[in-house]
Each structure stands twice: as C-alpha cells, then as structure tokens.
Write a protein that binds this ligand. Structure first.
Ligand code: PMP
Length: 393
C-alpha cells in the first residue's frame, strides 16, 4: 500500500473528503509536498505557526531541551525550568492580574480547566457562552459551542449553559449572581472573524464585575499578535479575569494554558486537592519551544507589521467573486457565494500552490491566517495566485 492508502486505512478520518496533501517539509511560510511542489501556507496550522514553520530559534530550543530531559513528572509537582521560565515571560507581557499560568496539553483542556476554575472560585454553576463560538471538541468545551449542528449529536451535554449574541446589550441581563463565568473569543474565529463592538465589551466587563462573574477570554486563535496587538483584549482596553491561550503558545508544539491571578488560581489546589491535573500539560519540550517562539515574536518585532500586511491583502484582494472580507489583522475570512464555490476556490488554490481552507461556521468563506512572518512580496504573490484562481472559475 502507498502512503495515501495507508492514510485512508489507518488514520481516523474527521471528514468524508480530507485534503490529504502529502506534506514532506515545512519552512517559513511554505509547505512542500512529496513531489517537491511548494505551497504558500495561508493557514499557518490554523493560527499555530505565527512565527513561521520551523523557526530556527524554536528548533534549537527543542533540541536543547531534548538533550536535558523529556517528561519527568506530572504537571505542577516538580520545578521544571522551561515551565517556570515561560510562565515568567508570559506574565511579564500580561497585565499584573494575569500572573499565574496553568499549562495544559491543548486549547480544549485549557477551556475545561477554566470552566472548573470558575465554578470553584465563585461557588456557582451557571455558564454563559456565545452563539457562533468555538472552544474545542471535548464534551465541556463542546457544550459551550455556539452551533446546534455541531453539538446536537452529542447530547446530553453540560447543563446550565446559556448562549447569548455579541453586541446584544439586553443579553447582558442574563449575567447574574448565579453566573460563574462568561466565556467568549475576543474575536470569533470559526464564526468567520467576527469582532464584538468595544461598547459591548466594556458593558460586558462592567456587568461581570458587578455580578462577581468571571470574564474568560479565549485567545487561543487570536493571541500572539494575530490581530495586530500581542493580545486581542488590548484593542478593547479591558482585562479578562481568565485568559485562555493555545495554538501559537507552543510555537508548533502542543500546549495550552489558562491564566489568571494567583488568588483565583490557588482554589484548584485544595478542598479537593488536585482540582485539575494533567500528566503531559506543560511538557518541557513544548514550553521550551513556546518560550523560544514568543521571544522570536518579540525580538523580531513580528507584531509591528501585521496591520500593514492586512492592508496589503485587502488592497490586492479585489474581485467580483469576493463578496466581502472580514478581517482583524492577519486573520481574514474571504466570503464567496457559498460552500460549493469555496470548495472550488480551495482546490484551485492547491493547483496554484496556495494552501487554505474554510471556517466551521462560515463555510462560505476561505481562511487567510498566514504566519505573521509572511513578507509583502509573498502576500503580493499569494494574492496574484488567488486572483488567477478566481479568474478561472
Ligand atoms: N478555542 C478556540 C478559539 C479555537 O480556535 C480552538 C481550536 N480551533 C480551541 C479553543 C480548541 O483548541 P484545541 O484544538 O487545541 O483543543
């Protein structure tokens, strides 16, 4: 059997027709297939590869850590320098109230941990989430998901969860003294890049403070410069009680985190002890890689250019087939007439050497979420290729 047949036979499928591109190498903004063909990566591992594929500092940090130790002990029991150093670096670049990091294996696990934290800290059990939100695929995170098609097959889900719409001021009345937390993406990614208004975010922050409800912002996709500032919440001038990170956090290695104040976080350590535990959470190699990636992001000023790069994409992506583009920094949803057209665009892009996909709740849109290191020349080339694809449709 060849590699494709083995993939079909032995690797569990998640969709009827996976892209099944045979990747043999990835470097910077390029992916390479088994014929040596290069693709400009417009997805960046879905917001993971903000510093590009195989950034030399990340690869070196992985090698150095592998020479020291791999897994030694479950999360939180012994002092592992990569975890400590990375938590310290993160806290230096976050508001003072977000100074205590719980590292997890994934984004979904960070969501699970944060939901448990909110229940423990507030002693309440009601949770609010948003329509069109995505927070992960485990059953707790799935219970938050803001789309009936994707969650309905898995009932019963967690009870006591309500959904509200962004920018609906009346919905804020649903946040009461019974609400443990509201959890939302600072900018909804899978909804097709939907950013709530600043006025609503301020009112939300105030309502949470009034009712003692924890405000949890999921920046698993938007963190690490994706939207043009290091963190998405900076653009709103608010600070969450709990911040969720993942994806780019690990620099290409698996890592998630929920971050809060020491005072809030410590309630997971007693009564009952071991409120959230995880064997591999904060793996030393993942933390070493993530720290190196964050250092590269900062030292090489990768966030500074994001808005100019966004502007260039918006200038060059003009075509009668494009209905509109929702964008926040280098996170863009380019909208077409529907899913069928999007499928044709994605296929045409692969032929032209461009790698893209669609959004879970915006299947009429293609995703442009490239590494932040993409150059102006590469953007110009990527847009020329996309326009050629659209001309041929
Ligand atoms: N939150 C958001 C906003 C996400 O986009 C994702 C993953 N797409 C998750 C949570 C879940 O992360 P993971 O897949 O690492 O569990």
């Amino acid at each position: 059997m060849n590699q494709r047949q083995l993939f079909q036979q032995h690797v569990a499928p998640t969709s009827p027709e996976p892209m099944a591109l045979p990747i043999t190498k990835a470097e910077g903004v390029y992916l390479y297939d088994d014929t040596g063909k290069a693709y400009i990566d417009l997805i960046g591992g879905i917001s993971v590869c903000n510093v590009g594929h195989r950034h030399p500092k990340v690869v070196q940090a992985i090698k150095d850590q592998a020479d020291q130790y791999l897994h030694v002990m479950v999360y939180g029991e012994v002092i592992q320098s990569p975890q400590v150093q990375y938590a310290h670096l993160l806290s230096q670049h976050l508001p003072a109230s977000l100074d205590c990091v719980y590292f997890t294996n994934s984004g979904a696990e960070a969501v699970e941990g944060a939901m448990k934290l909110a229940k423990r800290y507030t002693g309440r059990n009601e949770i609010i989430a948003c329509h069109y939100s995505y927070h992960g695929s485990t059953q707790g995170a799935l219970s938050l998901l803001g789309d009936e098609y994707f969650r309905n097959a898995y009932r019963p889900l967690l009870p006591q969860i309500k959904h509200v719409h962004h920018n609906n001021f009346e919905s804020l009345d649903q946040i009461t003294e019974q609400t443990a937390c509201i959890i939302l993406e600072t900018v909804q990614a899978e909804g097709g890049v939907l950013a709530p208004s600043a006025a609503w975010m301020h009112a939300l922050r105030n309502r949470c403070t009034e009712t003692g409800t924890l405000l949890i912002l999921d920046e698993i996709q938007v963190g690490f410069g994706r939207c043009g500032t290091l963190w998405g919440f900076e653009q709103y001038g608010i600070v969450p009680d709990v911040l969720l990170l993942g994806k780019a956090l690990g620099g290409g290695m698996p890592l998630g985190a929920f971050i809060s104040s020491n005072e809030i976080m410590k309630c997971l350590s007693h009564n009952p002890v071991l409120g959230h535990i995880t064997t591999f959470g904060g793996h030393p190699v993942s933390c070493a890689a993530g720290k190196a990636a964050m250092e590269a992001l900062l030292e090489e000023h990768m966030v500074t250019g994001v808005r100019d790069k966004e502007a260039l994409f918006l200038k060059l992506l003009k075509h009668p087939r494009i209905i509109n583009i929702n964008s926040r920094g280098l996170m863009m949803a380019v909208r077409f007439s529907g899913f069928d057209e999007v499928q044709q665009v994605i296929k045409g892009c692969l032929e032209e050497g461009l790698f893209t996909d669609w959004f879970l709740f915006a299947s009429d849109s293609i995703r442009i979420v490239p590494p932040l290191t993409i150059t102006m020349e590469e953007i110009t080339e990527a847009c020329a290729r996309l326009i050629r694809v659209l001309d041929k449709l």
